[in-house]
Ligand binder design. Structure first.
Ligand code: SAM
Length: 277
């Protein structure tokens, strides 16, 4: 075979050994070793031939290979300086692959990915939230994000108002995208095994997000409201630096009781509150 499958435990061990590498804990390296998981992620991303995909953290090329086999044009951003040499070997011969060595939080994505694209990634868990929020807040032409995250993060991303895990992260993500968990992935599917179960989450980016006049201010209100979960809205917003009188007026104007807690508010209610505040 021209391209031996990377998503396999012995292939992964062999590649790491050949290049004298060890998975770096600091960089959140847990390599996928199951080709069915790779296939399922690619299927969840609904890749069609020639489609532009941004992959974050290609590692040794495991998921990248699945995306390329499905016909995607993959641009991958990898922080680890040792991996370009590995990828040059493991993905040799695939034409539609471009690698950028650098930090995904520092790369100019607007310049790198000017046309509509999907994001597909098995994210490094130490910066999952930062990466997702940065992708969603930057107003890039992203249509879909399919990512492996810790199950606990997936629960927060998909939580509905009133549930224990509903928080600023749920609002910030759901405000921009329709989010669902596609499937769970147990630790055994990675080398080395992570300590927790993972989930693949699909975010379909909304063409027109919930209407808010000033997004930055909206997020400030959401963060402030969830700042002290146990307190009422009026108290937690006051604790976050908003003037109590203004808060009470705004809550009344938005038809929201000052006694309610942030975790009971829908995204539309947060939007209304931010616009009158
Ligand atoms: N995609 C591979 C797979 O599925 O087997 C590897 C996934 S591994 C969980 C996360 C990858 O993200 C690692 O290759 C790691 O080096 C890379 N990474 C960590 N921090 C990064 C950053 N700030 N920017 C880009 N890549 C990063």
């Amino acid at each position: 075979m021209l391209h031996p499958k990377i998503a396999d435990v012995s292939a992964t061990r062999h590649i790491l050994k050949t290049f004298g590498l060890r998975a770096s804990k600091r960089l959140g390296q847990n390599f996928l070793i199951d080709s069915n998981v790779v296939k399922a992620i690619v299927a969840a991303a609904e890749i069609s031939a020639g489609e532009e995909v941004l992959e974050i953290g290609p590692g040794i090329g495991t998921l990248t290979q699945g995306l390329l086999e499905a016909g995607a044009k993959v641009t991958a951003v990898e922080l680890d300086k040792k991996l370009p040499a590995v990828l040059a070997e493991t993905l040799a011969g695939y034409e539609n692959f471009k690698l950028v060595q650098g930090d995904i939080l520092k790369v100019d994505l607007a310049e790198l990915m000017p046309a509509p694209f999907k994001v597909v990634a098995n994210l490094p868990y130490y910066i999952t939230t930062q990466i997702l929020l940065a992708l969603l807040e930057k107003k890039l032409p992203i249509t879909k994000i399919v990512t492996m995250v810790q199950r606990e993060v997936a629960e927060r991303m998909t939580a509905a108002p009133g549930s224990k895990t509903y928080g600023a992260m749920s609002v910030a993500v759901q405000f921009r995208a329709e989010v669902r968990v596609a499937f769970d992935v147990p630790p055994e599917k990675f080398l080395p095994k992570p300590e927790v179960t993972s989930s693949v989450v699909v975010c379909d980016v909304r063409e027109s997000p919930v209407e808010v006049a000033d997004e930055e201010f909206f997020i400030r209100v959401v963060r402030g409201a969830f700042g002290q979960r146990r307190k009422t809205l009026a108290n937690s917003l006051a604790g976050a630096g908003f003037q109590r009188e203004k808060i009470l007026q705004a809550l009344a104007a938005a038809g929201i009781s000052a006694e309610r807690r942030a975790e009971t508010l829908s995204i539309e209610e947060f939007a209304k509150l931010a616009s009158v505040l």
